[in-house]
Design a protein around this ligand. Structure first.
Ligand code: PLP
Length: 378
């Protein structure tokens, strides 16, 4: 039986092929160092898993939640948002809990993308904007190149006429952060283009190092929706939890779409998220999160330095656990060189045509393993 055409035309998910290659090598007894996938090796904070266990015993934990999320949890998200970003949110209308950013982004796409409409998608980018969001909704992709000479920021004039525009800073895969000027420009764009829903994917909001603190796009405009995730900085990818915040009518649309697809994230996971966010003191993360950031920051500093020693053009950044580097006109010889030495790095072209010539290293291995990988590559 053939698949429906929108599934049929989807390319294989980027990491599916990599997982297969790793499985083959591991089965053959090779010691593979996987720097391919942004799935944290560190465990979640102990307080997070303890909170999860505690809430599993809540008398109402087994009930359906709601697609918008538990009201008490949304109140805690509003409290966190005020302290962290200085932005007031109405928990009744401006917040929706999501089952991870990926679910939030792809559900949101269903709300606004009609078949044949244009969606502005950066390249390189997290593949879900082009595939799980645009292609699964039968939209057409309008590419916004993220070029190194422009700091990996898009030219917004190319987004004219799109029904949706995806942006993501701190950025996967490039690690780039947005300038104040860019946020202001993007805010103006959102305010003057009511036909375009600007979606800010803030999956790496909390994964920053040194003095850099990532702002929320809601500090620049309220004409948007921003998707947050606990996956990365709480090392909680498998728990599937995050939240979307923004304009009430966009949130309502998201809830409407979700209510036909899911019945809300499990209450115990929502409550563990709320407890985790409660640990923030204003913009200051709880000590366990600070410790996690310190570890990723050290890995990043080491890797940036080590790759520069190989004469690679490395993108320096105070954010994300991804190191992005230029590895020639075509990155595949470098990627294959690494693979032959049982080190997996992601080819930049997997994130879109403008990623060609780059490699991405996900620093989701202990520093000792990253050092071993660098030695093997060297
Ligand atoms: C840019 C970006 N957005 C969203 C996600 C989705 O994260 P999750 O669905 O685990 O919240 C990821 C995960 O890799 C990502 O890199």
């Amino acid at each position: 039986m053939p698949y429906a055409y929108r599934i049929d035309r989807l390319p294989e998910y980027l990491f599916a092929d990599m997982e297969r290659q790793i499985a083959e090598k591991t089965a053959a007894g090779r010691d593979v160092i996987n720097l391919g996938i942004g799935d944290p090796d560190l465990p979640p904070p102990v307080s997070f898993t303890e909170s999860l266990q505690r809430h599993a015993a809540d008398p109402d934990a087994h009930f359906y939640s709601s697609s918008r999320g538990d009201f008490e949890v949304r109140k805690m998200i509003a409290h966190f948002f005020k302290g962290r970003f200085g932005v007031e949110l109405d928990p009744a209308t401006e917040i929706c809990v999501v089952l991870g950013g990926k679910e939030g982004l792809s559900s949101l796409a269903r709300v606004y993308i009609n078949p044949g409409e244009w969606v502005a998608v950066p390249s390189p980018a997290y593949p879900v904007y082009a595939q799980g969001a645009t292609m699964l909704c039968d939209g057409n992709i309008k590419t916004l190149p993220l070029l190194q000479e422009n700091g990996f920021l898009p030219d917004l004039t190319l987004a004219e006429g799109a029904c949706m525009l995806f942006v993501n800073y701190p950025n996967n895969p490039t690690g780039a952060i947005a300038t104040e000027y860019f946020w202001e420009q993007l805010g103006d764009f959102a305010d003057t283009h009511p036909e375009t829903i600007v979606v800010h994917d803030h999956a790496y909001a909390e994964m920053t190092f040194g003095d850099y603190v990532a702002p929320s796009f809601l500090q620049y405009t309220r004409n948007t929706i921003e998707v947050h995730s606990l996956s990365k900085v709480f090392n909680a990818t498998g728990f599937r939890i995050g939240f979307a915040v923004g304009r009430a009518d966009i949130i309502s649309g998201l809830v409407k779409a979700k209510s036909q697809i899911d019945s809300g994230a499990p209450l115990m996971i929502q409550r563990a998220m709320a407890d985790g966010l409660q640990g923030y003191r204003g913009a200051e993360p709880p000590p366990e999160v600070q410790e996690i950031r310190k570890i990723y920051g050290e890995r990043r500093a080491y890797t940036e330095h080590a790759l520069r020693e190989f004469d690679l053009d490395v993108t320096e950044s105070p954010a994300t656990f991804y190191v992005w580097a230029k590895a020639g006109e075509d990155e595949m010889p470098f990627v294959n060189h690494c693979l032959e030495r049982d080190v997996v790095v992601t080819p930049g072209s997997g994130f879109g045509s403008e990623g060609k010539g780059y490699i991405r290293l996900a620093l989701t291995q202990p520093l000792s393993r990253i050092k071993e990988a660098v030695t093997r590559i060297g």
